[in-house]
Every structure is written in C-alpha cells, then in structure tokens.
Design a protein around this ligand. Structure first.
Ligand SMILES: NC(=O)c1ccc[n+]([C@@H]2O[C@H](COP(=O)([O-])OP(=O)(O)OC[C@H]3O[C@@H](n4cnc5c(N)ncnc54)[C@H](OP(=O)(O)O)[C@@H]3O)[C@@H](O)[C@H]2O)c1
Length: 245
C-alpha cells in the first residue's frame, strides 16, 4: 500500500530536477500524477515505463501566463473528476547585479516563480476544498527572512520570499479545508545549475554535501500524505543546514 494511493496530484515543473523527482516519488507511493511543463520529452523515460502508463499524464503549459493556467485548468477539469494535491514547483533561477536588473527580467522572474504559484492556487483551490486536499509550494532558502546570501539573488530571493508569505496566508485562510505548506530547498543538484563546479559546497553547507532532488521529494511525499494531517503553514528547509550560516 502506498502513502498516496488513489490521490490525484498536479506537479508543475515535473519535467526536471526536483519536480521530476517528486513525480517519481508520488508514482511510487501510488498517486496518479499530472505532470506540467513545457517539454514533454524530458519525461519520456517515465512515460515509457509500463508500471506508470495508466497513472502518469502530461499537460503542456506555460505556467507564467494566464492563458497557460486557464488551458491547464480546463484540460484537467475535463479529464479528472477530482484533485487531491497541487505541487507548485516550476521555477527559474536567474541572478543579476543590481545595476543589470531590467523590467523584462523582473517580469519573467515574478511571472514564473511567483505569479504561477498565486494563479495556480486560485485556479485549483475550489477543487482542493472539495477533497480536503493540500498544496506544497517550492520556495527556496533564498526566500527566508533569516538567510541573506549571495551578491546577485535580488530578484530570485524576492520571488521566493513572496511565495512563503503567500503560502502562509493561504494556510491561515483555508485551514478548515486545505493544508498549505512550503518547502525551502538549499542548493540541490539539478539542471537549474549550468555551472557544475560545486567546489564551494563543503564550505557553505554544514552537512558537507549538495542536496539531491530525492531529499526534497521525500519531504513532499510526507507533507502531501496523511502522515502530515496536522501540518499546515509550515516552512520546511531541506538544505543540509545551509540556512543556519
Ligand atoms: N536546484 C536548487 O538548488 C534549488 C534550490 C532552491 C529552490 N529551488 C526551486 O526548486 C524548483 C525546481 O528547481 P530545479 O532545480 O528542479 O530546476 P530545473 O531542473 O531547472 O526545473 C525547472 C522546472 O520548471 C519548469 N518551468 C520553468 N519555467 C516554466 C514555465 N514558464 N512554464 C512551465 N514550466 C516551467 C521546467 O519545465 P520545462 O523545462 O518543461 O519547461 C522544469 O520542469 C524551482 O522553483 C527552484 O527555484 C531549486
């Protein structure tokens, strides 16, 4: 018996890195997963696995746009009678010196990392209220009030701090029906890093190793399952202690 048997889950950013690992762990725990991304080919390995063929679905959508979320909502509602879990994981990590921030970059970062979480929640909250479902938002230790790091995360940190505040307000206002929690990963080995020189890890991460996507996915399974039935509004760091520095 899996921890998520008979649950239907949407995972944005499910085509890569942390989101893809959440898709895999949810499948292992018995869930039916609606993976959302732009590039279906990145999960062709999972789609070809016969044990998952009737429980894994892919919807292409740009979740940084109103049209993308509207078409995803109507597609999901046409095909599925209910929804139990929403994981907002899609995101981008661009860094800038203060003097090189542009309005275009501001718009791209906030639409992708923050507006997507807000409008996906708005779109699917009514369905989640009907099932007493739950939401997991993937923020970052970069969004924590107590953790100010780096010289160039102005936009990224701001987008992720907004996700934390938004999550807590939703947790408070929908506590009677829907649990809403936030995971803040530290540096995690995914395709988000183009530069794979991780020589700084030993110094910056007290536990001495880079995070793996599975470290985050296991916490997502816990938070979305009945094991976490009394947990809402939590901000859980998965960072090997990085945010303690
Ligand atoms: N890796 C880290 O060190 C780290 C640390 C803290 C927080 N995080 C957060 O964890 C989340 C996942 O990061 P990751 O490291 O796994 O990154 P990743 O491997 O680059 O994956 C990013 C995912 O987001 C999707 N995505 C991006 N823009 C999108 C858009 N406009 N519409 C639809 N999908 C979009 C991508 O899908 P397609 O390619 O199919 O479009 C991909 O599935 C992000 O929110 C990130 O900020 C990561």
């Amino acid at each position: 018996m899996g921890k998520l048997d008979d649950k239907i889950a949407i995972v944005t950013g499910g085509t890569s890195g942390i989101g893809k690992s959440i898709v895999e762990h949810f499948l292992l725990e018995g869930a039916h997963v609606i993976c959302v991304g732009r590039d279906k080919s990145k999960i062709s390995d999972l789609l070809e696995m016969s044990e998952y063929s009737d429980r894994l679905d892919f919807f292409a959508a740009d979740i940084g746009t109103a049209e993308g979320i509207e078409s995803l909502k109507s597609g999901v509602e046409k095909k599925y009678a209910k929804l139990d879990i929403l994981v907002n994981c899609a995101g981008i990590w661009h860094t800038h010196r203060l003097e090189s921030i542009t309005y275009n970059e501001f718009e791209l970062m906030f639409k992708t990392n923050t507006a997507s979480v807000i409008f996906m929640t708005q779109a699917f909250m009514p369905s989640l209220q009907k099932t007493n479902g739950n939401i997991i938002n993937v923020s970052s230790i970069g969004g924590l009030e107590k953790h100010i790091a780096g010289r160039s995360q102005y936009l990224y940190a701001a987008t992720k701090a907004a996700v934390i505040q938004f999550s807590q307000l939703c947790a408070l206002n929908y506590a009677d029906a829907v649990r809403v929690n936030c995971i803040c990963p530290g540096p995690t080995d995914t395709p988000i890093y183009l530069n794979k020189d991780f020589s700084w890890v030993k110094e910056q991460i007290p536990m001495g190793r880079l995070g793996q996507s599975t470290d985050v996915a296991k916490v997502a399974v816990f938070l979305s399952s009945q094991d976490a039935s009394y947990i809402t509004g939590s901000i859980i760091t998965v960072d090997g202690g990085a945010s303690l520095k």
